[in-house]
Design a protein around this ligand. Structure first.
Ligand SMILES: [Zn+2]
Length: 183
């Protein structure tokens, strides 16, 4: 499926946040080809709703089952700070730091992950304009976390062996919940 087909076949109202170990979360996402697409804007609006309900600061399209290269972020929860990033890439990063990180696809799990404390992203907005933004602290972390999602990389791919051991029970519960939803 092309990215346009993926975006157009999704029904925004029916979307929900997928939890680990849903297989779509492990996919490498396809670049968005069509900008200024009203279906892309509807998808972003729906993701904003879901992210706000879940009290998240970032949400990637594959987390709602649409495997295209787009994510949204809102590090403050203020309406004005909400932003959409289409086909994002990090063009500069510095100052690696370890920090606590969670993920809406891993409810209840927080672990220490090393990320750059400053990261500059280049992306396209919903109007088709390319922009650059420098993120610091939490926003830089959100950029790197959401970009990981677009490449199918999850917290479980970033956590060390000790963290995996520490969270083994919660991870097992998520796996059981997922297989329960299938049956
Ligand atoms: Zn996440």
């Amino acid at each position: 499926m092309t990215s346009t087909e993926k975006i157009h076949s999704a029904d925004p109202a029916g979307l929900k946040i997928l939890k680990y170990p849903h297989p779509l979360l492990a996919e490498v996402c396809t670049p968005v080809e069509e900008h200024q697409d009203s279906a892309l804007a509807s998808l972003a609006r729906r993701m904003m709703e879901l992210m706000a309900q879940a009290k998240g600061v970032g949400l990637a399209a594959p987390q709602v089952g649409v495997t295209v290269r787009m994510f949204i972020a809102n590090p403050t929860g203020q309406e004005a700070d909400f932003r959409v990033y289409v086909n994002p890439k990090i063009v500069a990063a510095e100052d690696p730091v370890e920090g606590e990180e969670g993920c809406l696809s891993f409810p209840g799990i927080y672990c220490k992950i090393k990320r750059f404390n400053v990261a500059t992203i280049e992306a396209t907005d919903l109007a088709g304009q390319v922009f650059r933004q420098e993120g610091r602290d939490i926003l830089a972390r959100v950029f790197q976390h959401e970009l990981d999602h677009l490449d199918g990389r999850l917290l479980t791919d970033r956590m060390g062996a000790l963290a995996k051991l520490a969270h083994r029970r919660s991870l097992k519960e998520l796996q059981l919940q997922y297989s329960g939803e299938l049956s």
